[in-house]
Design a protein around this ligand. Structure first.
Ligand SMILES: [Fe+2]
Length: 249
């Protein structure tokens, strides 16, 4: 069962699905590619853009989409989550219950600013881990500081973080450097899961089929299963993910 743990599917909540119709089309496309569970990871805590902290209003948007999925008879389960922008407020926000982890487990999907200071990335990961939280760093291959030195990801994982690679990165959607970095991370066991990071129906879609087949053709069945099926399943059931242990590049 394919599980997609990164999508911007809640209508009107961020720069993802702009209407209920679009959200349902995205979900239908996901289901027809074999995705059976999808996390609605709204952008959260982005200064000046999306706050989207956990409130009753956000919970209502989630329930409304769930009801529409049921009415449209789409065979997919919606899971709670957020893509939290990492800044020094995150530990406090987490303590106050303002953030939603992936399916309310210890795993928190978190993104960095594209020009974030590398020492900050380590200090925030360390602090969250000391609180019993496991940061899942969204699309590390897209950060210029990771492209310059992919072993930063090795160090993040060594202290206990997980990583989520974007399916589009592997297929060249974000350019050569991002694609090459994504491949390096996969080759060196620095990928925990692959997810869509879907925003719409035409460009950044929910379809996981091409990227699954691509990973399967290069790395084989077992690794593809771990990245698209088994580790996402372990995350949403709050159990330890599989890893051969990252290898430095
Ligand atoms: Fe995202």
């Amino acid at each position: 069962m394919m599980i997609d743990l990164h999508s911007h599917i809640l209508p009107g909540a961020d720069d993802g699905a702009s209407s209920m119709d679009m959200a349902l089309s995205m979900l239908e496309a996901a289901a027809s590619c074999g995705v059976r569970k999808i996390a609605a990871t709204v952008h959260c805590n982005i200064p000046g853009r999306n706050s989207n902290y956990y409130t009753e209003a956000l919970a209502q948007k989630f329930r409304l989409l769930q009801d529409n999925i049921k009415d449209a008879e789409i065979p997919i389960e919606l899971l709670p989550g957020m893509e939290v922008f990492a800044n020094s407020d995150v530990p406090e926000l987490l303590k106050k219950g303002k953030l939603l982890t992936l399916n309310c487990t210890k795993y928190l999907l978190m993104e960095f600013g594209f020009n974030e200071s590398v020492p900050f990335t380590f200090s925030i990961i360390q602090e969250l881990i000391s609180m019993g939280c496991v940061p899942v760093v969204a699309h590390p291959e897209r950060y210029p500081f990771v492209q310059r030195d992919p072993n930063i990801v090795f160090e993040w994982m060594r202290i206990g973080a997980c990583t989520q690679i974007n399916k589009g990165s592997l297929l060249g959607r974000f350019g050569t450097s991002v694609g090459e970095t994504a491949m390096q991370l996969l080759q060196h066991d620095m990928a925990t899961i692959i997810a869509s990071d879907a925003h719409d129906t035409h460009s950044r879609t929910t379809c996981m089929k091409d990227s699954y087949e691509y990973v399967q053709s290069i790395f084989g069945d077992d690794y593809a299963q771990v990245l698209f099926f088994e580790n996402p399943r372990r995350i949403i059931t709050d159990t330890t993910v599989l890893s051969n242990g990252p290898m430095p590049i």
